[in-house]
Design a protein around this ligand. Sequence first.
Ligand code: GLV
Ligand code: MN
Ligand code: MN
Length: 416
Amino acid sequence: MTGRTVAPRLNHPRLLERIAKLAEIGAIEGGGVCRLALTEADKAGRDLVVGWMRELGLQISIDAIGNIVGLRPSRTTGAAARAPVMTGSHIDTVRTGGRYDGNLGVLAGLEVMESLNEAGVETEHPLAVAVFTNEEGARFAPDMMGSLVYVGGLPLEDALATEGIDGTRVDAELRKIGYDGAAPVGAPAVRAFVELHVEQGPVLEREGVTLGAVESLQGISWTEFSVSGVSNHAGTTPMRLRHDAGYLAGATITFVRDLTRELGGDQVGTVGAIEFGPNLVNVIPNRARFTVDLRNTDEDILQEAERRLRGFVAKTAEQEGLTIEQRQLARFEPVLFDAALVARIEEIAGRLGHSVRRLPSGAGHDAQMLARICPAAMIFVPSVGGISHNVREFTDASDIAAGADVLLHILLELAS
Ligand code: GLV
Ligand code: MN
Ligand code: MN
């Protein structure tokens, strides 16, 4: 590298090509992707990205929870090297995922590195692109697992011992795909973190705004309820004599919707997974397992929602003669991103000629974990129709280009 010779410019078509190429792995009907964390598809996606990192000359490290970091060294190397400015995201998806969620942030990071290489730009601080393990939490809870371990928010051993929805364990699955790395967890230390991501909601599109400077992230509460009742004949058992585990699951779905209406504001609530046993048309369920996802930007109201949910489930279980076990799958308080960094993102977006607004994030992101150890913020690009966690997830090429350009500029600023 020879000092700054040309102003770096991103090659937007190359970024789009990488997005399309990565989306071929685990492709599902409708243009979406299924690469649940630590599956063979996740491994194939990781292999592709690591190959690209290698081609770009990045120094690659993989830690014990499978986080991948590709480092682009700075002007100063060796013992005097400074903490890198990091970008990145995740490449695992939900079972019915789109091709942008997470992937955009990782691949835009690679495009920034490649453009800097081409322009011969040296930075004072190293730059790094991270691919964090299991951001989605769809197979192994909690979500943001890799970044949470990275920042010391979850002991490595606990993460490795996590059992998935298919009865597998994180440690065994990591070994199976060969991503149980040797790098120390939490290294390198991070100077600042900026993540580019699709909004996954309707705000930017509805307002005709190109970019979001994300200033906060709502709190997330995931609970799994396991209910035991008594199976009996659907035709002969009088209603008053039933101990119907399925009834509690159904009643909770309705309760959660009513609760969000009562609490109003930003409160959202979802029963997203449900299973009955024995799951037959003419047998009263003796078993139900279901999950509740509650989120709010206000921690006090989120706690109120949790209290009311627990109260409802306990009361209904008692009335129906059921026993319940509950397990917290994930719990994160709302996060405020670094105000100065958010302002810089907003300023750069405007300077590059893009409309921009501040907004909170409805989804969880790795950046919220990194915010515990360094200044962190995010750039959002619009999601067409506000749709995500769906194969129809889509973002216009021009919006991707705008977001990636802002990423380039903020990373350069932070690393100089
Ligand atoms: C992760 O994508 C989440 O917000 O559930
Ligand atoms: Mn994501
Ligand atoms: Mn997601």
